[in-house]
Design a binder for this molecule. Structure first.
Ligand code: PEP
Length: 251
């Protein structure tokens, strides 16, 4: 039987924020979450690694969840500058984004790396949000669904279940551009993702699928209403409490 999919609104702060502003932002979001008193949705912020502990401490008890933006596949060792999933957990994180297109592009991360990071998240007791998405060239070449299928099959580790996995569909060309796919295009991509998940995850109907790419308060209702969309992964709009909370309210 399908597990109930609790909508998740996740904010990816990327490489933005110094302590004072970040704490103020996190507290403002936490206040909105508290006031919302939502039992029917989850709200998550993923600050840069330097701020995870401070943000987690600042929002403790509010219901706002805190995650990391990325992790290394190993638990510890000679990996200068990297952060392990265990370190994120120790800092107060409950989730971690893996395979974001900016990691895939800036750091050459391939599906196998993303899969190892998702496994690392499980090892540390974190919930991985595995990102996939096609480039503009791939979309224009009609390869969107094939690309999503390849990325899913390569990035999701064996042993995945609905309780241990969130997938974010983020068309690369929609990230930070103000452009979004149409609602039917989002629904088609998500339907395909769920179909492919059917061959990978025993309870695929229960896996939460987030849409990400230029989500803001003004388009959230429409995008979140697309078939098989169980929430959003939000970049730029997550840096403004009002805007991010408007997306959370749109669920
Ligand atoms: C993202 O980086 O995950 C993202 C969706 O960014 P934006 O909302 O700014 O497009």
């Amino acid at each position: 039987m399908a597990r109930t999919r609790i909508p998740l609104i996740a904010g990816n702060w990327k490489m933005n924020g110094l302590k004072a502003d970040a704490i103020a932002l996190a507290k403002a979001v936490a206040e909105g979450v508290k006031q919302g008193g939502w039992k029917d949705r989850e709200v998550l912020v993923c600050p840069p690694a330097t701020l995870v502990m401070a943000v987690a401490d600042a929002v403790k008890g509010s219901g706002l969840l805190v995650g990391g933006e990325d992790c290394h596949a190993k638990a510890s060792g000679a990996h200068t500058g990297d952060i392990s999933a265990e370190m994120l957990k120790d800092a107060g994180a409950t989730h971690v984004i893996v395979g974001h297109s900016e990691r895939r592009t800036d750091h050459g991360e391939k599906d196998a790396t993303v899969r190892a990071k998702a496994e690392a998240a499980w090892r540390a007791g974190l919930l991985p949000i595995v990102c996939i998405g096609e480039t503009l060239a791939e979309r224009e070449a009609g390869k969107t669904l094939a690309v999503l299928e390849t990325q899913l099959k390569g990035s999701i580790p064996a042993g995945a279940t609905a309780a241990r996995l969130v997938v974010a569909y983020e068309p690369v060309w929609a990230i930070g551009t103000g452009k979004t796919p149409t609602t039917p295009e989002v629904a088609a991509a998500h339907a395909h993702i769920r179909k492919v998940l059917g061959g990978i995850v025993p309870d695929a109907a229960g896996v939460r699928l987030l849409y990400g790419g230029s989500v803001k308060g003004s388009n959230a209702v429409e995008l979140l209403a697309a078939g098989d969309v169980d929430g959003a992964l939000v970049g730029g709009a997550a840096l403004k409490a009002d805007e991010f909370l408007a997306i959370a309210k749109a669920v």
